[in-house]
Ligand binder design. Structure first.
Ligand code: F6P
Length: 393
């Protein structure tokens, strides 16, 4: 390997607090090692179209404390045409062709190595680039969803948990004042980490996540009835944007959507369904409003049934990173630059316990979900159940 003189950095996919912390960590080590850094703007778009800025650390004091990304971001997928092909052989050939074309960009950009800061989709592009053309790439796992196998936590996750938990906490005062049910929709795509952690943290009364498709009757309506019967006058439901009813419940309990509604959602450039379009929290509000039995149960207990949906949406990714994410971001940036200096490519940096380790990109970019043996599952179920069971009316 030739000497590394210049390193490109790009941030890709949905932004999150801590991206700038990683960039600053990279810049600190790069300056110390005498390596020049160049910022590639708007993720893979800037890489393909050669849109860059110089990165002089002297201009960015305390960059790690600022949310968002200095380098802008986009959901550009250079391999997007592959999904249009049918045969695996054709797909392989096109992948190889695109990866070979992409490697020429290293020369155009004048970089010897590339650090990609992104989630499973963006790091998947880095992986293809490495697999098909042995490019000098290193990955750094980012996402508020925390859904990557290769690291115990991604940066951005705990900042988002804190924001969602605060929002759930805060909503209890207005829920109490109006004696309402609030269904709070929380990002996370098809992984429930963000909803689960924030829901438990804030003590939400019902927590719905994609990993455990719910039964509307059993997991929502019956719980609300039991709670109102025990004297609870307001209720907070933390609902993942990717939560969905199981098939039986969908057929039996739902009037406003069917399986086709879920299957036919539009997709983004990486083929992910655009879950916010479904707006599951509002669907739940509509379904609950159709239930006279639920309204009667509330009325019997002196409460007019009123239900509202709140979509936390992009507020989850907004603002400054928590101290945990600032430090994790800096550690990831430092470790990524060290991998580059060692010439250890095709890897991603990773948090294992409290240690920063490395992980092969091909294993690390796989998606992670909450598994049934996770103690958070048990905690959630106890939180929901024991409240109303232990209460004397
Ligand atoms: O992957 C991160 C994430 O914030 C998801 O939780 C969410 O579904 C998605 O990005 C939203 O993406 P966009 O910013 O493109 O609407």
């Amino acid at each position: 390997m030739g000497k590394i003189l210049k390193v490109g950095i790009l941030t890709s996919g949905g932004d999150c607090p801590g991206l700038n912390s990683v960039i600053y960590g990279i810049l600190l080590k790069a300056f110390d090692a005498g390596v020049e850094c160049v910022g590639i703007l708007k993720g893979w778009k800037g890489f393909m179209e050669n849109i860059t800025i110089p990165l002089n650390i002297a201009e960015y004091d305390d960059l790690h404390t600022i949310g968002g990304t200095l380098l802008y971001t986009s959901r550009t997928n250079p391999f997007k045409d592959i999904s249009k092909l049918k045969s695996e052989e054709e797909k392989e050939k096109l992948k190889e062709k695109i990866a070979k074309e992409m490697i020429s960009k290293f020369n155009e950009l004048g970089i010897d190595a590339l650090i990609v800061i992104g989630g499973d989709d963006s790091l998947g592009v880095a992986l293809s680039l490495y697999q098909y053309s042995k490019a000098n790439v290193v990955g750094c796992p980012k996402t508020i969803d925390n859904d990557l196998v290769g690291t115990h936590y991604t940066f951005g996750f705990w900042s988002a948990v804190q924001l969602a938990s605060n929002a759930l906490d805060n909503l209890t005062t207005t829920a109490r004042s109006h004696q309402r049910v609030f269904i709070v929709e929380i990002m996370g795509r098809d992984a429930g980490f963000l909803t689960m952690y924030s829901g438990i943290s804030a003590g939400a009364d019902i927590i719905l996540i994609p990993e455990t498709p719910f039964d509307l009757e059993k997991d929502v309506i019956n719980i609300l009835k039991k709670r109102v019967n025990k004297g609870y006058k307001y209720h907070i439901i933390a609902c993942s944007e990717g939560a969905y009813p199981d098939n039986e419940s969908l057929k039996r309990d739902f009037k406003t959507i069917s399986k086709e509604t879920i299957d036919n959602l539009p997709k983004d450039m990486f083929g992910n369904p655009k879950l916010p379009v479904l707006n599951i929290s509002q669907i739940l509000v509509d379904e609950l409003n159709l239930r006279d039995d639920l309204k009667e149960e509330f009325l019997k207990n002196g409460v007019d049934f009123e239900c509202r949906s709140v979509v936390l949406g992009h507020t989850m990714r907004a603002g400054t990173p928590t101290s945990f994410d600032r430090i994790l971001g800096l550690r990831f940036g430092l470790a990524a630059m060290k991998l580059v200096l060692k010439g250890d490519f095709g890897k991603m940096v990773s948090l294992q316990g409290n240690k920063i380790k490395t992980f092969p990109l091909d294993e690390g970019v796989k998606k992670k979900y909450i598994t049934p043996d996770n103690d958070k599952m048990e905690l959630r179920d106890l939180l929901v159940k024991i409240r109303y069971l232990s209460k004397q009316k």
